[in-house]
Structures are given as C-alpha cells and as structure tokens.
Design a protein around this ligand. Structure first.
Ligand code: CAA
Length: 261
C-alpha cells in the first residue's frame, strides 16, 4: 500500500474504504499536496473492485478548517487563474462513481465545508462547526460553496451565511437538510457512517452506481430532462443480471446473491 503524508487510508469493514484527513497541526487545512493525495486515494478506491463505498472523515476536532490560508495568501490572480487553483478539488465529484460518505466532526469551514458538501451523503456530530468564512478573509468560497450550499439550504439562508461568515452547527446542518443525520459523539458518527457504508456495499454494484448517477443528475438537469434520464437508466438496468437476481430473490423469498453484473 502507498504511504501518504496528509491522509490515512484503511478498509475498516468488508467493502468499505476509509480516508481520514490527517494534518492535525493545521486542523486538516487543505493544502494542494493534501488534495493531490486525497484524489489519488479516491482513485485507488475507485479502481479497487472489492471497495463498494467510501467514507471521508477527519478528527474529532476538525474535519477540515478550509483551504490552506498560508498557501493562498501570496497567490496572484494570474497564477491562480493559469494553474486553475482549486479546480482539481472537483475531481472528487466528477470522476468518483462509488458512493462517498462525509463524516464530519468539529470544524468544517470554508473549503472544509465545501469538501463535505461534495460528498454523496453527509453525516455530522451535533457540535460540528460548519461555515463559509471566506468573506472575513476578503474573498468568497472557491470550491463550490456558493452553489452547493445554496442548493442545499436555499438562497436567503446561503446569502446570510456567506455574507456574514457566521458558522452553523451540526444540529442546524441536519435541520436544514445539509446533513442526512446528526450524532451525539464522534464515535457514534463513525459507527453510523460505517453501517451505512456496509449497507450500500451489500447491494448490487451496478445498481448502486446507477442510483448515485441518477440522483446527481437532479443537480444539473431540469425536472423533465431529469425524469427522462432516470427512466433511461432504469430501462438500461433490465439489461443487468442483478435486476433479474434481485427480483427473482424477492419472489422466492430468498436473500439476493448479487453477481455485480
Ligand atoms: N489554513 C492554514 N492554517 C490553518 C487553517 C487554514 N485554513 N486553519 C487553521 N490553521 C492552523 C492555524 O494557523 C494554527 O497553526 P499554528 O499553530 O501554526 O498557528 C493551527 O491550525 C491551529 O489553529 P488555531 O490555533 O487557530 O485553532 P483554534 O482552535 O484557536 O481555532 C479555527 C480554530 C476557528 C478553525 C481557526 O483555526 C480558524 O478560523 N481557521 C481558519 C478558518 C477559515 O477561515 N477557513 C476558510 C479558509 S478560505 C477557503 O477555504 C477558500 C475556499 O473556499 C476554497
């Protein structure tokens, strides 16, 4: 296995890959080498056939305190523009086909909040500290926060959060639909994330990938095109073995033994 400087990689349960951000001295600030490692680890899980679901987490104190302010401070417009600074972060959302669960404890600020919002499912602790404080640094969110947070919480609330830089708690995140579930402790959070990942890993890989694909299309397409897209994928799955296996198992009152084909 490859060794990393800023992240840890493990397989805590069958079919489940976990990436733990591990740059404690900087509260997991997302410097470029960390993002490069994260993309490499995600790509490795994507291409490992035994891995079916992925968890992304940090420490109890910090998921990630944002992009690395010390790295960004001296950047010029031309350097940021010509090196497409931050653009590689979205490799996460564009090339990863397997479900990604973000398990957020502690600070998830700026780019940390945006990274969590890129996940397919977001779980957090009640005391998690989310926010887009870029305005306080004289800038704006740069990793999709103005778009994904607005889709998640609506315009007025997103405007308030981004214009004031005020943070919001894990309890609020769950109430507003940013998080799917909220937990009382970091331990309970990790157990909840692992159980969900295991549940997903127990299904047909083909159906799981298709499910992720159709839900994500809802973020890009209008309703009519989205429903049509979904129906095309639904029809296509009648060409899979697992659709036959799953429906036959139901009729025979047996547990489906997926072929993943
Ligand atoms: N970048 C670089 N270093 C950071 C950092 C960041 N985003 N966040 C924390 N650190 C470093 C601190 O500089 C400090 O390092 P030193 O010990 O060398 O001084 C160390 O991590 C611990 O941090 P604090 O001493 O500040 O810890 P705290 O518990 O007192 O405060 C905090 C925690 C409230 C999260 C505070 O660290 C903080 O406000 N961090 C910055 C949050 C922020 O503004 N994030 C947005 C960044 S901009 C962005 O992300 C752009 C984008 O959209 C892509």
């Amino acid at each position: 296995r490859r060794s990393y400087e800023y992240i840890e990689v493990s397989e805590p349960r069958p079919g489940v890959g976990q990436i733990t951000l591990n740059r404690p001295k900087a509260l997991n600030a997302l410097c470029t080498p960390l993002i490069t490692e994260l993309n490499t680890a995600l790509h490795t899980f994507q291409t490992t056939p035994t891995i079916a679901a992925i968890i992304l987490t940090g420490s109890a104190r910090a998921f990630a305190a944002g992009a690395d302010i010390k790295e960004m401070a001296p950047l010029s417009f031309s350097t940021a523009y010509t090196t497409a600074f931050i653009e590689s972060w979205s490799d996460l959302t564009t090339s990863l086909k397997k479900p990604l669960i973000a398990a957020v404890s502690g600070h998830a600020l700026g780019g940390g909040c945006e990274l969590a919002l890129m996940a397919d499912i977001l779980y957090c602790t009640a005391t998690a500290n989310f926010g887009q404080p870029e305005i306080k640094l004289g800038t704006v969110p740069g990793a999709g926060g103005s778009q994904r947070l607005t889709r998640a919480v609506g315009k007025s609330r997103a405007m308030e959060l981004i214009l004031t830089g005020k943070s919001f708690s894990g309890v609020e995140a769950e109430r507003w639909g940013v998080a799917a579930r909220v937990f009382d402790s970091h331990e309970a959070l990790m157990e909840g994330a692992l159980q969900t990942a295991e549940t997903i890993a127990g299904y047909s890989r083909v159906a799981v990938q298709a499910a992720k694909e159709v839900v994500n299309k809802s973020q890009d397409l209008g309703l009519r095109d989205g429903v049509e897209y979904e129906r095309r994928v639904f029809h296509a799955l009648f060409g899979s073995q697992d659709q036959k296996i799953g429906m036959r198992a139901f009729a025979e009152k047996k547990k489906a033994e997926w072929s993943h084909e």
